[in-house]
Design a protein around this ligand. Structure first.
Ligand SMILES: Nc1ncnc2c1ncn2[C@@H]1O[C@H](COP(=O)(O)OP(=O)(O)O)[C@@H](O)[C@H]1O
Ligand SMILES: [Mg+2]
Length: 273
């Protein structure tokens, strides 16, 4: 945890445009108190998740997860298949509720939020990217990217303008009219990233986004996540099986059997895949 606090302070320093340690930071006289640390975007305490697989069998999958993610962080979650990564991600993304524990997302206690509030949080604050893209078939890339804005009540013309803008940013300007079955895996994932970004959410959650892609395409998709982080200052939580990709993130959390068993810094260096 100590590592997390130091990291949070470092991030706080970044947000304040504080120069790296040296005489300049002394000149700024920034007090080194916890109040300097920004509020976490994700704050979880002792989260448990159980599934009821027919009475009386209760199967606990997450055994007390405590986690903080600060604005602007790029965090990787790694762990073997079945370790609970997707279960945790679904709770982070308020797609699912924990059985017990506290979870605050961007200052909102999700336990006290009504279902319509949770839907609004998902729509406005979070962009999702999945391994299997989850695009709507028989709808063009453009329509797919417009959809979250439709739910958010953005007017038609504005929806199309913004969808085109994001599709262009992810390199899909030439294929906006194509339907998912006319696109390669990498192209579909680019559309999914545009869709995740189009409501300008604070948080991007990606569950094995390169899991179905070859290494060259994985590199392109991962570079897009770096761009969303660096250029658009998104907070990103990325689940990956690929240790090289995890290493590119700022912080790497390891999940084993429903517990966080490791937390370390990533190198931040991009790998040649
Ligand atoms: N709806 C469910 N009902 C019962 N068990 C589930 C359900 N969803 C996931 N699980 C179980 O929870 C464990 C963790 O799954 P998951 O979070 O998908 O792991 P990971 O994403 O790390 O591979 C697995 O053993 C899985 O079988
Ligand atoms: Mg999974």
């Amino acid at each position: 945890m100590r590592d997390t606090e130091q990291f949070a302070k470092q991030i706080a320093g970044k947000l304040l445009d504080e120069p790296a340690a040296g005489e300049d930071s002394r000149r700024l006289h920034l007090p080194d108190t916890p109040s300097e640390v920004p509020r976490p975007l994700i704050e979880m305490h002792d989260i448990h998740k159980s599934y009821y697989i027919g009475k009386p069998n209760e199967l606990e999958i997450l055994h007390g997860i405590s986690l903080q993610v600060f604005p602007g962080e790029f965090v990787a979650i790694v762990g073997e298949s079945g370790s609970g990564k997707s279960t945790l991600m679904n709770i982070i993304g308020v797609l699912d509720k924990p059985t017990s524990g506290q979870y605050t997302l961007d200052g909102v206690d999700i336990h006290n939020a009504a279902d319509n509030e949770l839907a609004a949080i998902r729509n406005r604050k979070i962009g999702f990217v999945f391994q299997t893209y989850n695009l709507i078939g028989r709808q063009s890339a453009l329509k797919n990217v417009e959809l979250p804005m439709l739910y958010a009540g953005v007017p038609g013309g504005e929806r199309t303008r913004r969808a085109k803008e994001w599709l262009t940013r992810v390199g899909m300007a030439e294929r906006m009219k194509h339907q998912p079955n006319e696109l390669s895996g990498g192209q579909k994932q680019r559309v999914a990233i545009a869709r995740a970004m189009v409501n300008e959410p604070a948080l991007i959650l990606a569950d094995e986004p390169t899991g179905a892609l070859d290494s060259e395409t994985s590199r392109i998709v991962m570079d897009l996540f770096h761009e969303m982080h660096e250029k658009y200052h998104k907070t990103i939580v990325l689940i990956t099986h690929n240790p090289q990709l995890a290493e590119e993130c700022q912080r790497v959390l390891t999940l084993r059997d429903g517990r966080i068993v490791g937390e370390r810094r990533g190198s931040g260096k991009r790998a040649a895949l």
